[in-house]
Design a binder for this molecule. Sequence first.
Ligand SMILES: N[C@@H](CCC(=O)N[C@@H](CS)C(=O)NCC(=O)O)C(=O)O
Length: 204
Amino acid sequence: MKLYGSLTSPYVRKARALIREKNLACEFVVADAWAADSPIPALNPLGKVPVLALDNGEALFDSPVIVEYLDALQAPALLPVSGTARWETLRWQALADGMLDATVTRLLESRRPAEQQSTENIRRQEEKVAGSLEYAERRLGRGQWFMADRFSLADLVMAVALEYIDFRYPHDWRGRHARLARWLAGVSARPSLVETRPPGMEKK
Ligand SMILES: N[C@@H](CCC(=O)N[C@@H](CS)C(=O)NCC(=O)O)C(=O)O
């Protein structure tokens, strides 16, 4: 089994952190989706990373499919297998992925030549991030984790999303969301997150 991806992609980081959490045997192949000679389009017609190449020759994409596949390989499950807890965890993943999408879109828009940038698009993406942070702060319980009393996929994906916001859209969200900030400070010390932190994203 091989995971293809870049060191900086937060979508790839989700899969890498899950592999580390579960100590799965999976080779990591650094691949640039944008490079002219990239191996990615042959594996994923969308041309995006992460891609998981299975031993039977099949390739899986995109990150929610990959993390679900990897999680099912070995207990204990980080994604509850059934019931309300499963849908709620998947909803946290949808929120985290949406925050990543908004942060990436904002970044790409802000890198366009100044006269071509849409301030309206940047504002819309920032609103999505702000609304998601507020939602998460409101719904984060008093306990240590997002779901019940143990670390789950919800904690993993939300930590990846919030650290990506700090990396690519740094702003003071902690002032308004003290519980979320406290939770992130605790969870981000996990080896799975420390060891997958991209170069340049190291904690100050
Ligand atoms: N929804 C996808 C998003 C993956 C994605 O956008 N990956 C970026 C890297 S951060 C990529 O490969 N972009 C190349 C492209 O869009 O051509 C997932 O969750 O895997």
